[in-house]
Design a binder for this molecule. Structure first.
Ligand code: SF4
Length: 497
């Protein structure tokens, strides 16, 4: 940008969000800024216009400059003059238009490469002062080898283990995370591991969506944030921390678990359950506890192909209480959108091995994106998954169509290469998030559920974060519908499909 453009922007006091969005246009920032400023668009309008412009350019795969040429010709009012209101209206209309032939072109990875692969190592390990000196005693932990006696000792064990995995990482001790600089790039922030006490409960009921039908799930937060980097991930819209937080006082969780009834518990909401297993050993310790206790049910949900925990503990009938969950995506979509995860093929091979060891396996088709050819891709994916895992080893299947809030939508649009999801035609849903229109959701769930029921009549299937009218409509269309949900947990009894 030239100095004069900068001055113009400063005079208009663009919000930090708008300035960040503008910078994402790179070399074309100047042209974009001048266009908006010369149209006298309000600051809010600039913010909205930049997001619309980015999404339109991504899904139509044209350059910003080409798009600006077209705007010059079309964004006019009734007298033929280009004006701010006409300009924004034109952008909104164009964004709302269904793409002729869809956006299938976005299914090729941006640079032609496969984005799967191992996550890079941590560059920094940051420890909050006081963590290692905490003398609070821990109770008996007989299922752990080398059980620490205090929280501080447990934190030291964890730190040594992390450093052993990442010997090149710089270790820093800080008074609090507030003093750690946040990276403007969320993905870059994932190169920092933060060791800190949680200081509050680890278990919490899954918040779901306010008026959706819940599934009674309990989330267990031992790690916050994830080293993988899916383009559609919702975490950047919710987390505001300078790295991946690993809780140093994690062993307190077992006292909380003692009082649990017959519920499903999982560590895969604010992180991936196995992505940092080498560094932490959390999944192994948790699974050992659930097996020893003989319930409730622990789900380890992942996009890795790491089966070491399951191999290590695969003896005895109580492994019924540990479920291995995989989130699966059509291969050509995963190759584009699921950076640093294992390929879908590798995940399914891992699922087959774990089912062969006697564990139950859960499958999550969530989030599902609708694009030209989505149905064929998803049915093929289901066929592969149902061939890999025998139906008597399937614990449950969850289905969830893409839903995003504004912050996640912005990140998807402005991240390098963009996300296929920006090509979707969303509308405001029952919970304020952007969702596919209701009838489209009902039709999509019906197709998928029908296909599952052709091959697996008894396996519980549920919709994640969906409103009751959608559940009812889908249930009425599919023979067998949502059978078996009462087997999942007490929380499911609210559904009477
Ligand atoms: S694996 Fe899950 S938590 Fe990790 S980046 Fe992908 S969507 Fe986010």
């Amino acid at each position: 940008m030239t100095t004069s453009t900068f001055r113009l922007i400063e005079r208009r006091t663009l919000s930090p969000t708008a300035q960040r969005r503008l910078r994402a246009f790179g070399e074309q920032s100047e042209a974009v800024a001048e266009l908006f400023l010369s149209r006298r668009v309000t600051s809010m309008g600039v913010q909205e216009g930049l997001l619309l412009l980015r999404e339109i350019c991504l899904r139509e795969q044209i350059s910003t400059v080409d798009m600006l040429d077209r705007i010059e010709r079309h964004a006019v009012d009734h007298s033929g003059a280009v004006c701010a209101a006409g300009f924004l209206r034109w952008l909104r209309d164009r964004r709302a238009t269904q793409l002729e032939g869809g956006a299938a072109h976005l299914l090729s990875p941006p640079d032609g490469t496969d984005v799967h692969g191992p996550a890079p190592g941590f560059e920094r390990v940051v420890v909050e002062a006081g963590v290692l000196g905490d003398q609070t005693p821990l109770g008996r932990l007989p299922w752990l080898s080398e059980a620490p006696r205090t929280i501080g000792e447990a934190a030291l064990q964890l730190l040594l283990r992390v450093c052993g995995c990442h010997p090149a990482a710089q270790v820093q001790v800080v008074p609090s995370f507030d003093s750690v600089a946040r990276s403007a790039d969320f993905a870059q922030g994932k190169r920092t591991l933060l060791l800190a006490p949680r200081g509050r409960r680890f278990l919490r009921a899954c918040p779901c969506a306010p008026t959706a039908i819940g599934c009674g799930y309990q989330n267990l937060d031992l790690i916050q944030n994830c080293p993988m980097d899916c383009s559609y991930c919702f975490l950047p819209g919710y987390l505001n921390q300078p790295g991946i937080v690993v809780y140093s006082d994690w062993l307190r969780v077992f006292a909380e678990l003692e009082s649990l009834g017959n519920v499903r518990v999982g560590t895969g909401e604010l992180s991936d359950s196995l992505a940092l297993e080498r560094e932490t050993g959390f999944a192994h310790a948790l699974a050992a506890w659930f097996i020893r206790r003989g319930g409730p049910t622990l789900e380890l949900k992942t996009k890795t192909a790491d089966v070491s925990v399951f191999r290590d503990l695969a003896t005895g009938s109580e492994i019924e209480h540990v479920v291995a969950g995989w989130t699966i995506t059509p291969a050509r979509l995963g190759r584009r959108e699921e950076r640093l995860t294992a390929s879908v093929q590798d995940r399914l091979e891992a699922a087959a091995e774990v089912a062969g060891l006697g564990y139950r396996v859960a499958l999550h088709l969530d989030p599902m994106t609708l694009y030209p050819g989505w149905l064929g891709d998803h049915l093929e994916l289901l066929d592969q998954a149902l061939s890999a895992v025998p139906t008597d080893r399937l614990a449950w299947i969850s289905l969830g169509l893409m839903r995003v809030n504004e912050r996640v939508r912005e990140r998807m649009a402005f991240r390098a290469g963009g996300s296929l999801t920006v090509a979707s035609n969303f509308e405001r849903g029952f919970d304020g998030k952007l969702r596919y229109p209701v009838q489209q959701r009902v039709a999509a769930y019906t197709e998928i559920l029908e296909h599952i029921r052709r091959r697996a009549q008894e396996v519980p299937v549920y919709l994640c974060m969906e409103e009751s009218s959608v559940w009812r409509e889908v249930s009425s269309r599919v023979t067998g519908g949502f059978v078996g949900l009462d087997r999942l947990s007490k929380g499911r009894s609210q559904w009477r499909g």
